[in-house]
Design a protein around this ligand. Structure first.
Ligand code: GSH
Length: 214
């Protein structure tokens, strides 16, 4: 049976758990991470040399890096619905996954850590403002794209929605009151209607407030 390592309140783990529930496959979940020492062991470094979560195991294979895991699962378990053999079509999915990793995620995590995860009396206003502006810029790019697309990669839900959509529940619910961008909001509403999004992403995250350690 497929195994997944990673605490369910970690952003990149949520991304993978969401997609596994979309696929409807059975898996064993090993809740690991955040507690000092848990990832920092010889056994864990043997399955992920970076000592980070998520990691999955499928038979003898271990896969790390959340977006690579999404691709692996889509091509192995979701061929009909989620894998595109045509490189042109696939590039429409993958460019947004790479954008998520290179731009959206660092900017969102910078805001999440500097605002939500930092105790109020230690917050750096300048850093928060700067991260907020970068997030808004990313969202405005996505908003223009979603004007003519129901989902991130076009008319159908794809792994690009999982990669890009994971941060939005926290972004809209961490208390920063971001501007409402109409196309992003309609798309977010579509994601929020999905049971797998509700189960894995739309979950309380208060335990992370003001907590600087993982
Ligand atoms: N680029 C990696 C990032 C992995 C990563 O930084 N994971 C965080 C959680 S989101 C982690 O391992 N944190 C240590 C911990 O939770 O103890 C991916 O997408 O999988």
């Amino acid at each position: 049976m497929l195994k997944v390592w990673g605490r369910p309140n970690a952003y990149n783990v949520q991304k993978v758990l969401w997609f596994i529930h979309e696929l409807g496959i059975e898996f064993e979940h090993i809740n690991i991470g955040s507690v000092a020492g848990e990832l920092d062991t010889e056994e864990f470094f043997a399955i992920n040399p970076h000592g980070r979560i998520p990691v999955i195991q499928d038979d003898e294979l271990h896969v790390w890096e959340s977006n690579t895991i999404l691709r692996y699962l889509a091509s192995t378990y979701g061929k009909e619905l989620f894998w595109l053999e045509n490189p042109v079509d696939r590039s429409r999915v993958e460019r947004w996954m790479d954008w998520e990793l290179a731009s959206l995620q660092p900017d969102f995590l910078s805001l999440f850590w500097s605002y939500f995860r930092t105790p109020e009396n230690q917050r750096n206003r300048k850093k928060i403002k700067c991260s907020m502006e970068r997030c808004e810029k990313n969202l405005s790019i996505l908003d223009v794209h979603l004007k003519n697309n129901l989902y991130v990669a076009g008319s159908k839900f794809s792994i690009a929605d999982c990669a890009v959509g994971t941060s939005f529940y926290r972004y809209f619910n961490m208390g920063i009151n971001p501007p409402i961008l109409p196309n992003v909001h309609r798309w977010y509403q579509r994601l929020s209607d999905r049971p797998a999004y509700q189960k894995n992403i739309m979950v309380p995250f208060d335990e992370l407030k003001g907590r600087l350690e993982f």
